[in-house]
Ligand binder design. Structure first.
Ligand code: NDP
Length: 281
């Protein structure tokens, strides 16, 4: 099966390349800030399946660059989905828990109302809307708190900080499911292959289990890495950022399990795998 992936160097794209013989398009081959080039790349390649793992992911910078973020996260996925619809091939796209407002304490289902609280979330929601408007066979997978041995993520930031500090303060009133990029890549391939076999696609949630705070996530990283760094929990108000963050990022992942047999995996095992990978590099 010929699988075309947008993104090459990102966390999820790197794991897709590791798991399957995909054709991965980096920025030089397809620049998402020029959405029409994405449709051209799909038509030129004539694949059996397209997965978009590229995105504008700089959450705080997006507050200053919302127009650019909206082109990359909104218009480009729309152009990809339209090209796939014209060719009659399935399209898998990755979205985020940031499309929700973060209120309450229950896990959000895919059909729950959306209301992003920052520019990045609005740009990703624009992508969801554009993909669905294309009318083809598409799947949108919302995920959260992605980590891997590659790129920038919370696990690598915590390890770097603990190199020089014995004690850290970390936000403890934002709750969500940390998710290994490798698990997302595996889920996307399972979904995509099922869609090539005729599954209609839809809107799904996927995150690692159990749901925790960033402070608990940090403590688990240090415990598994054998680091003595201590973590004191602080409220979001004590760690102001340019972009607001949702406090409740819990995702209800039941339909992914019932339709594709994909279960939430324990992210703590994913942390151990990433630590091992980092040791070897
Ligand atoms: P990364 O930030 O690791 O990678 C983003 C990728 O997109 C990079 O390969 C980057 O290329 C590429 N990219 C950015 N701008 C362009 C552009 N203009 N043209 C072409 N390529 C571009 O992302 P992740 O792997 O972490 O994220 C994958 C998906 O998951 C995204 O849809 C993201 O929105 C979503 N997500 C991520 C979360 C997270 O915590 N990271 C949480 C929830 C959802 P380059 O290296 O050249 O910049």
């Amino acid at each position: 099966m010929k699988i075309l992936v947008f993104g090459s160097t990102g966390q999820v794209a790197t794991e897709l390349r590791a798991l399957a013989p995909v054709i991965a398009l980096g920025r030089a081959e397809a620049d998402l800030s020029r959405p029409e080039s994405c449709g051209v790349a799909i038509r030129d390649s004539a694949p059996d399946l397209v997965i978009n793992a590229a995105a504008y992911t700089a959450v705080d910078r997006a507050e200053e660059e919302e127009a650019l973020a909206t082109v990359i996260n909104g218009e480009a996925p729309g152009a990809m989905a339209r090209a796939c619809a014209e060719l009659g091939i399935p399209f898998c796209h990755v979205s985020t828990d940031y499309v929700f407002d973060g209120s309450g304490t229950t896990a959000r289902a895919p059909s729950d109302p959306v209301a992003p609280c920052n520019a990045y979330g609005r740009s990703k929601l624009a992508g969801e809307v554009a993909v669905r408007a294309a009318g083809g066979q598409s799947a949108i997978l919302r995920t959260s708190w992605v980590f891997s041995a590659h790129g920038n993520n919370f696990v690598k930031t915590m390890l770097r900080l603990s190199d020089t500090r014995d004690a850290l303060t970390v936000v403890e009133d934002q709750i969500g499911g940390p998710t290994p990029a490798a698990d997302i890549a595996s889920a996307l391939l399972t979904m995509g292959r099922a869609m090539v076999q005729g599954h209609a696609g839809g809107l799904y949630h996927f995150s690692g289990a159990p749901d925790v705070s960033w402070a608990e996530f940090a403590r688990e990283i240090f415990a598994r890495a054998g680091r003595a760094t201590t973590v004191a929990g602080i409220p979001t108000t004590a760690y102001p950022t340019p972009a607001a963050r949702p406090k409740n990022s819990r995702l209800d992942c039941d339909t992914l399990k019932s339709e594709f047999g994909i279960e939430r995996a324990d992210w703590r095992a994913g942390v151990s795998r990433v630590l091992k990978e980092l040791e070897q590099t």
